[in-house]
Design a protein around this ligand. Structure first.
Ligand code: MN
Length: 201
């Protein structure tokens, strides 16, 4: 069975950029629902229920036809949110460093240009979805836009950074102002973890 991971920080730790009420509902209700629905979709399929969620998505073709779309939706939701909590941290004015900094400069020209391009990608998601910075199998970086909960893992890519632009991620505090949410969200990016993900995968 899949389980809801604890947040790596208190519910109010991302204030004032991401408010406590949003975190409470986003983690406790939305993420929990993805986990519960994933378990329901795979009921009785013990081998699949034992796989790490990343492995399940990387091997999505092995999931039986009748469960596959539910795993894409709810398994993707579980993986994306587990990842999302990890790439955020209490605001600390950190910035990319080390090999990640070198790679961002090389791929985008500068950290500021990377942030502009990433923000534009997140703003261009029509409806519910995500923007990701991914590491391709050849080690290069790229920006990707994904609808719904479709995971980069299904395409053989490794997410390094991602922002949830479903309205449930920001509507309580920002209503329709997605741009304000994304601008605020940069303050809580956990660059230490993003750098570790880049180095380790
Ligand atoms: Mn979400």
């Amino acid at each position: 069975m899949f389980t809801l991971p604890d947040l790596p920080y208190p519910l109010d730790a991302l204030e004032p950029y991401i408010d406590r009420a949003t975190m409470e509902i986003h983690h406790g209700k939305h993420h929990r629902a993805y986990v519960d629905n994933l378990n329901k979709a795979l009921a009785g399929q013990d081998a699949l229920l034992k796989m790490p969620i990343e492995e399940l998505l990387k091997n999505i073709a092995q999931v039986p036809d009748g469960s596959r779309q539910a795993v894409i939706n709810h398994g993707g939701g579980h993986a994306n949110h587990s990842f999302f909590w990890q790439v955020m941290a209490p605001p600390q004015n950190s910035s990319p460093a080390g090999k990640l900094l070198t790679a961002l400069n090389s791929a985008f020209g500068s950290v500021d240009k990377f942030k502009e391009a990433f923000t534009a990608r997140a703003m261009s998601v029509f409806g519910s979805g995500w923007a990701f910075l991914i590491k391709k199998p050849d080690g290069s970086l790229a920006l990707k836009r994904h609808s719904f909960q479709n995971s980069p893992l299904m395409h053989g890519n490794t997410p390094i950074l991602g922002v949830d632009v479903w309205e449930h991620a920001y509507y309580l505090k920002y209503q329709n102002r997605r741009a304000d949410y994304i601008q605020a969200w940069w303050h809580v990016v956990n660059w230490q973890t993003v750098g570790d993900l880049f180095n380790s995968r």
